[in-house]
Design a binder for this molecule. Structure first.
Ligand SMILES: *[C@@H]1O[C@H](CO)[C@@H](O)[C@H](O)[C@H]1NC(C)=O
Ligand SMILES: *[C@@H]1O[C@H](CO)[C@@H](O)[C@H](O)[C@H]1NC(C)=O
Ligand SMILES: *[C@@H]1O[C@H](CO)[C@@H](O)[C@H](O)[C@H]1NC(C)=O
Length: 903
């Protein structure tokens, strides 16, 4: 948002977000109307309206004004869907963002038993859960093993504005038929159609999710504050610790409990606000239900979340867990996973707005070679285009894109170019001409082509809600259309909230029109999702489905993980934003979107060298790792600083590369289980309640704890070691520590707090080359962290060609490693093929094994390979810190071996 920047600069400061540009709940008429609902809205089930079928039930519910249609369906894997729509005869169809789901109709599950009583109807599910529909007042309760875990409408706030014929305006209906904000009128030709209800999370100590906000990880009480807002917006230099809407929205939250965690997905793409009310079961209105099962409702924590959406319907998926792994699997079944990314995408990405020309590009990526710093991807922002016409290259500065790309390819590197959804209004621009001719552009309220201002000046916007427009968009990435590109060019979709500089709140007018008669207000939050999804399809198709695409998007919705990585947008080079990035990324990971990162160094402003180093250290352990900066900032390629700074940055990036075999394995496992790669503590240590809301530290997979230095001029770094009766090892010194506990380590320039969890095995590259491609077959070191009992550790590794889809046909290897105490005098290390369908025979071998916590005194070690004649192995054993190191065991990762350690 450069125009605002100019204004700020004129004022002599580079201050934070201009709040005036964005609405508060009070300034949004539907939010205000919903928040004003404080007494029961009086809905009840209409007598004799309940119809039960194999998978659920239908009923009518009504209050004095409105009759609604209720559907409850039980889905596979402890998931229940509750839909509330207008009754037959509605004036308009309501929009449902069904493309966000993996399957438009998630698989239903037959109910085991239903029971109709005078005041309640009960459904017993095949998975042993219970759904209870209370008739008067209307309420739906969810039970897991006889304990109530969630409830819809327990606070009786259900408020549903049915479409109606326009009548005389009354005061009460202010904002109902039109709304003006900052001189921009929303004409609301169909009036208001908002929906809202409360969802209780009974027993939940914390609720997490509903990204994207620059807030703490644990959602806070909004009673005396603004609700969290979900409305995809281009926010210039956003503030930290604020519930303001940002670039993307995932209307999903999870209530965490030791034994019974519950998730709720609110499938609605309109502007949505969420109020959070931490309470207890008695005050939360569920005294009786909790009494049945537990003892003192007064002591049962509860969180009530109230969702209000401007249009659409109430479509809630409750996932009943009960354990963290179940929660992630259930969400993944609904909204999908990130398919295995190409390996290069896990490397380091260098971006800037903008690398000026081809010479600049060449100097930068050669600079990485000269300075011995790994790099996989060079990025080009908007200035690389021919006057902001995407799919083109600037005729002077990027006159020979083929040459530039070939040069990168030869060094095993990739290029990412930016392609935004706003289309330059220029009758000579082929994309504009075609889109206009084919009627693929969004229309305004008066049915003319919608025009807004964005980077190119006058712009139009592709209507990604139209499936034909999406297909056409995908086709534009074909090599013969997007001239100059090759399979080594991947795509960045920015500004896709969409950003409209002269629109209300810097986005599209809500009365703009999309495909199939829907208004922009109905589909706003899913607009960017459709852009990046069709970009992804296009990249796949251009290579005949052979090469895995990489797409980065700023805007997102639930389901975005299937086709995009996202980053946290235009952050700022200060310590607060560095800290803020962690809860933001944890929140995205919790909501099912694992491939996430923040601009390293901060987009706006100039980080000092210390901040830059610390940011690289944090970013090296976050899923998407990119340095990026605004055009007004000083250049910050890693070698432009004092030698100690450059060294520390090199160190951080090399450390990242060394762990890529582990990251790649985690992404593979994510695709199978839905578990994120960057994990909040509650997911791994549900037994350690005080650690659940931790948002300065995180886990990479289940084995690696990360705590970067986040304080300026820190002398010490204190690290919390979560879990009960676990052992943790300092990654560098191998020193063992029990948990729960805390440790302090000196915060030196190269310090990154890294702890290896006892009981796990992590594969790491022994030496790092400058690209993931060159590292692909490099030998690995196996780090074994023995558990607290001293008898076990295990871990996995996944390998394939790193770029194609041939893994889908069996060209992969998924192997496990186990360390085990067989008896007093024998410990073994073995590997095993965990998936016999995987046929990939890799040459990757293990050139070193490090055993931490080896509480035995090894006398000799030998290895059995195929032929079962053992060979002696050389090793060293350190009696002080119990570390055993075996050099050159001669073992291949994907060929069976057994190592015996005799003591
Ligand atoms: C039961 O109702 C649900 C929800 O309307 C519907 O999707 C499903 O097909 C119905 N099942 C049967 C067996 O008719
Ligand atoms: C690098 O070394 C110089 C000189 O000792 C020191 O002043 C500076 O703070 C160091 N840089 C960082 C980022 O610590
Ligand atoms: C590793 O060991 C744990 C604990 O016994 C087990 O639950 C897990 O399935 C094992 N992992 C693999 C990949 O075998």
């Amino acid at each position: 948002m450069w125009r605002l920047l100019v204004v700020c600069l004129l004022l002599g400061t580079l201050e934070a977000v201009d709040r005036q540009n964005f609405k508060t709940c009070d300034q949004s008429s539907f939010c205000k109307r919903h928040r004003a609902v404080t007494s029961p809205t009086g809905y009840e089930v209409v007598q004799d309206s309940i119809k039960i079928n194999d998978t659920g039930l239908h009923a009518l519910i009504k209050n004095k004004d409105t009759t609604l249609k209720l559907t409850i369906v039980t889905l596979q894997d402890s998931t229940v869907r509750v839909l509330i729509d207008e009754n037959e005869g509605a004036l308009r169809k309501r929009y449902q963002p069904l493309e966000a789901l993996v399957e438009r109709e998630p698989k239903q599950q037959k109910v085991k038993k239903t029971k109709e009583e005078a005041s309640v109807t009960k459904i017993l599910t095949t998975d042993g859960n219970r759904v209870v529909l209370q008739h008067k007042p209307f309420r739906v309760d969810f039970y897991v093993k006889d304990k109530i875990v969630s409830s819809i409408n327990a606070k009786e706030t259900l408020h549903f504005e049915a479409f109606k014929k326009k009548v005389l305006l009354t005061d009460r209906e202010k904002g109902f038929w039109e709304e003006t904000w900052k001189d921009i009128k929303d004409t609301k030709p169909h009036g208001s159609s908002s929906v809202g209800v409360d969802i209780a999370f009974v027993g939940a100590k914390h609720v997490f999710g509903i990204p994207e906000h620059a807030e703490s990880y644990s959602l806070r009480d909004t009673k005396a504050y603004e609700p969290y807002r979900l409305y995809n917006l281009d926010v210039f230099e956003y503030e930290t610790n604020s519930p303001m809407a940002l670039y993307g929205s995932i209307p999903y939250l999870v209530g965490v409990h030791q034994k019974r965690s519950v998730g709720a997905l609110w499938l609605n793409a309109a502007e949505t606000w969420v109020d959070i009310d931490p309470t207890t079961a008695d005050k939360g209105g569920l005294t009786k239900e909790v009494l049945d099962a537990e003892t003192k409702p007064r002591q049962v924590p509860q969180h009530n979340a109230r969702f209000y959406s401007e249009s659409g319907l109430i479509d809630v998926f409750i996932t009943l867990g009960p354990q963290p792994n179940d929660i992630f699997r259930q969400l993944a079944a609904l909204t999908g996973v990130t398919p295995l990314p190409p390996a290069f995408a896990l490397g380091y990405h260098q971006s800037r707005w903008n690398y000026k020309d081809q010479k600049d590009v060449k100097e930068v990526h050669e600079g990485f070679v000269k300075n011995d710093i790994p790099l996989d991807v060079l990025w080009l922002d908007i200035e690389h285009t021919d006057k902001k016409a995407y799919f083109t290259f600037d005729k002077d500065n990027f006159a020979k894109p083929e040459e530039m790309i070939k040069d990168l390819s030869e060094q095993n590197r990739k290029l990412v170019t930016i392609v935004d959804p706003h289309i330059k209004k220029d009758s000579k621009y082929y994309i504009y001409k075609e889109a206009k001719k084919l009627k693929y552009l969004v229309k305004d309220a008066k049915d003319a082509i919608y025009e807004g201002n964005c980077w190119p000046g006058d712009s139009t916007y592709i209507d990604f809600l139209n499936p034909k427009a999406r297909k056409w968009w995908s086709d534009q990435f074909a090599f013969d259309k997007y001239k100059g590109t090759s399979k080594d060019v991947h795509i960045w979709n920015d500004m896709n909230e969409p950003s409209v500089f002269n629109g209300p709140e810097i986005t599209m007018h809500k009365d703009a029109k999309h495909h199939d008669g829907f208004e922009h207000r109905d589909v706003h939050n899913v607009y960017g999702f459709h852009q990046h999804s069709s970009t992804f399809e296009g990249l796949k198709a251009r290579s005949n489905n052979e090469v895995r695409p990489f797409v980065l998007s700023r805007s997102f919705f639930t389901g975005s993980q299937r086709t995009a990585a996202v980053w946290t947008g235009d952050n700022k080079a200060d310590w607060a934003h560095l800290k803020q990035s962690i809860p933001m990324l944890l929140s995205l990971s919790t909501a099912g979107l694992p491939f996430v990162g923040a601009d390293v160094g901060g987009f706006f402003g100039n980080p000092d060298e210390e901040l830059l180093v610390r940011w690289y250290q944090a970013g090296a352990f976050q899923p998407f790792f990119r340095g990026h900066s605004h055009q007004d900032t000083k250049r910050r390629e890693p070698w432009l600083f004092a030698a100690n700074t450059t060294d520390a940055i090199r160190n951080a990036i090399k450390t990242r590369y060394a762990f890529i075999p582990y990251w790649y394995t985690l992404f593979y496992e994510h695709a199978k289980t839905g578990k994120p790669v960057m994990r909040p503590f509650w997911m791994e240590f549900i037994e350690d309640e005080p650690s659940w809301d931790e948002d300065r530290q995180w886990m990479v997979g289940n084995g690696l704890l990360v705590k970067p230095v986040l304080e300026e001029k820190a002398k010490e770094l204190s690290i919390y070691l979560p879990g009960k009766r676990q052992v943790w090892y300092d990654w560098e010194t191998h020193k063992a520590r029990p948990s729960p506990g805390a440790v302090q380590i000196p915060a030196e320039l190269n310090t990154i707090g890294l702890y290896h969890r006892g009981g796990t095995i992590i594969p790491k590259l022994s030496e790092v080359k400058l690209t993931t491609k060159e590292n692909h077959e490099q030998p690995i070191t196996l780090y074994i962290a023995v558990n607290q009992k001293g008898d076990f550790a295990n871990g996995t590794i996944y390998l394939d060609d790193g770029e194609s889809y041939s893994y889908e046909k069996g060209d992969y290897a998924y192997w496990g490693f186990t360390f085990k105490r067989e008896h007093d005098y024998l410990h073994t290390i073995t590997n095993k093929n965990l998936d016999k369908n995987g046929k990939f025979d890799s040459d990757v071998y293990i050139d070193k094994i490090v055993i931490r916590g080896a509480k035995f005194y090894p006398r000799n070690a030998h290895i059995f390979l195929d032929d079962f004649s053992p060979e002696d192995l050389d090793f060293e054993f350190n009696r002080e810190n119990f570390v055993m190191e075996i050099a050159n065991p001669g073992a291949f990762v994907t060929r069976e071996f057994r190592i015996d350690l005799h003591s």
